[in-house]
Design a protein. Structure first.
Length: 215
């Protein structure tokens, strides 16, 4: 019985490329202390590495005047705004105002003028004003970084495409708690929802484009 390779099964069907557009935004999804603090239930060592890799991308984006947007997950004390998500993943109930684990990691701390989107579900677009914010700034390309690859990154990539944005994922700048779901979801994002590229390609793109943000 034929057993084609993964790559050959997708070749010619799910191997297109969107490419970079004219006006990017850098989106940092849920790079919070919960994923980088040993002892936290959500701690994932690969996220620590992804944070380190993202520092240079954030610096280059700021140098070029690119819109920078962060997301973080926050719930009310009773957690009802988390609906079934917090029932499925009860540890998320800890993500409330004043909880240090819910804060953005210091290495990627936002500047006062940068946008922070608060969300309650996986996708950065679901139930938020993110799409409107990006559109109002003339953004056509989302440089997607953060965690986790199999959850919030994948959901955001799917919704990003569906909202009409070119989704570009620098592979070194996203992470998951285990390599298998990480690799599988990068493969799927690259096949159907965006372009998964090397961080160096993103840095080169940012360096080559004219500095300044679209009005």
């Amino acid at each position: 019985m034929d057993n084609p390779s993964l790559e050959s099964s997708y070749r010619g069907v799910f191997d297109g490329r969107l490419g970079f557009g004219r006006q990017p935004a850098l989106l940092l999804v849920d790079f919070i202390n919960a994923y980088t603090t040993p002892g936290s239930p959500l701690y994932a060592a690969p996220v620590v590495a992804a944070v380190r890799e993202t520092v240079a991308v954030l610096a280059r984006a700021r140098e070029q005047g690119v819109l920078v947007v962060y997301t973080r997950v926050l719930y009310s004390g009773h957690g009802q705004d988390g609906g079934l998500f917090v029932q499925k993943v009860p540890v998320l109930r800890r993500m409330v105002a004043g909880e240090p684990l819910a804060e953005i990691v210091p290495d990627l701390a936002p500047l006062p003028a940068e946008v922070i989107v608060v969300k309650q579900y996986a996708s950065a677009f679901f139930g938020t004003a993110l799409a409107a914010t990006l559109t109002s700034q003339g953004v056509d390309t989302v440089l997607l970084t953060g965690c986790s690859t199999s959850g919030c990154i994948r959901a955001t990539a799917v919704d990003g495409l569906q909202h009409g944005f070119r989704v570009i994922v620098p592979r070194e700048c996203v992470a998951d708690r285990h390599p298998e779901p990480h690799a599988a979801n990068l493969f799927d994002i690259n096949s159907k929802y965006g372009d998964v590229v090397a961080k160096a390609e993103v840095l080169d793109y940012l360096a080559r484009r004219p500095a300044g943000r679209a009005a």
